[in-house]
Design a protein around this ligand. Sequence first.
Ligand SMILES: Cc1cc2nc3c(=O)[nH]c(=O)nc-3n(C[C@H](O)[C@H](O)[C@H](O)COP(=O)(O)OP(=O)(O)OC[C@H]3O[C@@H](n4cnc5c(N)ncnc54)[C@H](O)[C@@H]3O)c2cc1C
Ligand code: SF4
Length: 325
Amino acid sequence: MKPFAYVKAANEHQALAALTRERGKVLPLAGGMDLVSLLKDHIAEPDRVVSVKGLDATITAADGGLRIGAATRLVDLHQHAVVSAQYKALAEAAAEVGTPQIRNLGTVGGNLLQRPRCWYYRNEEFACLKKGGARCFSVDGENQFHAILGGGPCHIVHPSSLAVPLIAFNAALRIVGPRGEKQVPVEEFFELPDRNLYGETMLRPDELVTHVILPPARAARSATYEVRFKQSHDWPIAFASVALQMQGSTVAEARVVLGAVAPIPWRSPAAEAVLKGQTMSDALAVKAAEAALADASPMSHNAYKVQVARTAVKRALLQAAAATA
Ligand SMILES: Cc1cc2nc3c(=O)[nH]c(=O)nc-3n(C[C@H](O)[C@H](O)[C@H](O)COP(=O)(O)OP(=O)(O)OC[C@H]3O[C@@H](n4cnc5c(N)ncnc54)[C@H](O)[C@@H]3O)c2cc1C
Ligand code: SF4
């Protein structure tokens, strides 16, 4: 690990003051579940690390919805009474992240900003495209967990389990920086590799995510359905989060978002259009799942993920429709 200076920021103001515009030179440290391994593996080599554990770590009611501090631990998120009752898909996703140890240290902000898990990216021996090299090793290599939608020139899958249900609930992020503060829909926060090869989000190096803003749940019925290898603590192979506004058994509105299939959380307007105004049934859920994966373009070793993702969408829909509002 390269030596670095350490700044313990007591609050948002101090944390911001310790950041810089130069990419990679100064990095925020929250629970450290991701950053410490990046430092140990020489994937990140900052001159300074700024502890952001002093950011807001509370979940409070705001404008009929919730305001979740970036330093909130994952365990506190999934055990929160209002999150569990009104934003089920989010509570379910948070409860499945890693292990109890990871959920006790990992924070909401760190979860959203964690870096990709591509094994070539994580191995310092491989200077791949994303690290400034000349090629993507996954194209002719071990790509069984890589993208089946939206990939190229880099084929990572987005790693955050929370981002997917947050988009299903149309959440936004509060971002602060030297130019002041702004709110950005989570859906617009993540960027595809053809637009941003070296990063994954629109966050600048001198900015911080301080809060997640959840709009009122409007009695949405929601669910997250993940498919993993056995019940391991590893990231899901594919998953889906859905939020439905139901009128009886009819779907008035739907938001369908897939995880672990594309470099960003993948919303499916095609699946949502199939569902709108229809009576929920097994057959409708299958049709929506097919629409969600219609544009899938698997790599040499990951065609199996297409059916896994379809199943996740179908089961999330049926689970959400059956849930109590
Ligand atoms: C075995 C294992 C299994 C896992 N399984 C899953 C899983 O199934 N689903 C899942 O989602 N995750 C999974 N994870 C990842 C884990 O959830 C994340 O690593 C963790 O949530 C990161 O949170 P943290 O607070 O520790 O972040 P840190 O490691 O401290 O930071 C992560 C990144 O975010 C940046 N950062 C942190 N806070 C802010 C902020 N407020 N503003 C701007 N940048 C910030 C840091 O600079 C760093 O780049 C797993 C991890 C392990 C080790
Ligand atoms: S998928 Fe992206 S991170 Fe992985 S080897 Fe290719 S360029 Fe690198």
